[in-house]
Design a protein around this ligand. Sequence first.
Ligand SMILES: [Zn+2]
Length: 343
Amino acid sequence: MKQYKYNLDKSSKKFVCPKCNKRTLVKYKETETGNYLNEDFGRCDRETNCGFHNTPTGEFNNPFEVVNIPKPKPSFHNFDLVSQSGRNYKENNFIQFLKTIFTETEVKEAILKYLIGTSKRWNGATIFWQIDNLQKVHAGKILQYVSKTGKRHKNEDGKSLIDWVHSILKRTKTINDYNLNQCLFGLHLINESNAKTIALVEGEKTAIMMSIFKPQYIWLATGSKQGFKYENLKPIKQYKIIAFPDKSEYADWFKKATELNILGFDIIVNDWLENTNFEAGTDFADVLLIEKKEAEKNKKHEIIYTDTENIINEFETHTPEIWNLIETFGLVDCNWNEIRKVI
Ligand SMILES: [Zn+2]
């Protein structure tokens, strides 16, 4: 991979321009370390009114010398690890939580679809495997849930428990090194459908639950707010993508989506949740879950589907393309027997 030794910072961070004193300076960064050079080196965004642009010459002999920074080869897990983790679902807190909401069959289908695993890291912990469209296993994220609530388990200092399969393998000296190169959670599913539209959320749990609430769509997860980025979305560039950010994350994802769309992506960011009064961090599955519980309280079991349709109608207001998504998937009923054959 060829790169310049110094590059103008690609983030949106701006510094005070030494010429016009406005906070419009884009600094130079050393490519290899990502460290900023000092304020003397940068380009002012006010090209016409200021025009300050000082490249890192003088101090450095060859500022734009092309350096080769070999990207470390990504490591992958053996697929056997995934198979071996498909066990002990009675102990798996997340699966037990799902069973309090969905039918046995629905939960089984979700397990098979996303290849959800159980880990011994903590009693009842869950593994979310990141498997790509070429069936390569990029990572195994281990999270601990509370089976009654489906919320993340927090320890005494209020931190959620998280670990990674590669970290455990390193700690136990099973492997020496691992170049983590994450991919979207659920990416392997794009090969199992002819659909051209993908629904993208942040959390693995959200993707899994939404896949049960709305099985006609392919639900993928970025795994984190920062996971909504070019490297992760590259394999789904040719798809129509509808992103459903968690409540209060809309602005960030919208900004990122705008940048990506310039690069040829086709991403729509749905703002339905952002315009509700739910608390920050609420995701779409939380909303459907609240509705389902309300419906059960009222003993009107059919209402959940009615309300879901209402929400879909809300989508339409903000996301006209939702109907493409529904059409695309509505016509293709998931054939579980086929999926089972594949995995
Ligand atoms: Zn300036």
